[in-house]
Ligand binder design. Sequence first.
Ligand code: LLP
Length: 387
Amino acid sequence: MKGSFPIQKFENIKTPFYYYNTALLRRTLDCIRAEIGNNSDYHLHYAVKANANPKVLNIISQAGFGADCVSGGEIQAAIDAGFHPSEIVFAGVGKSDWEINLALDHNIGQFNVESIPELEVINLLAGAKGKKARVAFRINPNVGAHTHANITTGLSENKFGIAMEDMEAVITLAQNMTNVEFTGLHFHIGSQILEMGDFVALCNRINELQERLERHHISVASINVGGGLGIDYEHPEEEPVPNFKDYFNTYRKHLRLRPGQQLHFELGRAVVGQCGSLITRVLYVKKATYKQFAIVDAGMTDLIRPALYQATHAIENLSSNEPEETYDVVGPICESSDVFAKAYDLNKCSRGHFLALRSAGAYGEIMASHYNCRELPRGYVTEDFAE
Ligand code: LLP
């Protein structure tokens, strides 16, 4: 056992695979509970897009959280994992009719609506079923976030949400429809955000918008601030549980909620990111003119974040305590971007060693693909290795 990995038990398992440390996941969930627990107006909807492994979802649903879904498939996965439909919210710019119907059939808690045409379709489909759909509007707050350009979402140039200037008109439209009920506002400025100032900017914007709505005598039952809290990819051991205290305190301090108003969060990465690792074996150590490569059996098809966002995942050699050497850690896929790390120091690697790519619990397994006709990696949790 090196660190918290039961590596003797990894011997008979086909690599690469994801390993989820469920003790850490439960500790993370307890910590979130402790931070929001004494405030019944705060609700956490776990963002299923980060990781929909059934065992992981089940632990999160058992802990009493709701689910934030962006597709019919995610709604089904959430229901199968035990999330209560009334605690499911459904977001996304392009909801298909079958997905809206599925959500209506399950009487989910709320649709986060991103355009007028979508609102009209929801009203129509709900009408056909004799139902009233609860809708919140995703407003694009035009607030930037200090994160990778591919994962910032709250700027006017992004495809997400309804423009602030259209907010009152859209709400009035909904209030005049028979089969939707306006419940709240929804925001999300981006992902992997570590500067609390970005969330403060969002709070300030929401305060401004709420005052505007009050001038129009529009009241809002719930505010959903999305997700986005980042994790420490460089030092997964130092901060295994993200700083939820600072995060929730930022909202407590800066967002002016009205009496009885509900505050919804949609965290994904911060809930599951640190509990997962991609476990891979070294296939070959190849010496080139100026460097050496550790060629592993996991590739960008198993964990695409480094190739797609130049993301860093700490890597550990679980099988070796020999002095460190420097490697480019690369996968077997026929793409030059199939590189997990360059010039990375690892305990000396040999064929067969297990490496762990850390902090891969979020947007890892779920983003895997079949490219190169590869099998999807499987996901195991701690309990799968119990005696
Ligand atoms: N709510 C909405 C509306 C979102 O779009 C997202 C993420 C979340 C909540 C959850 O955000 P989180 O708490 O996980 O930051 N694949 C990328 C991240 C894409 C995030 C998409 N939206 C990555 O691997 O970094």
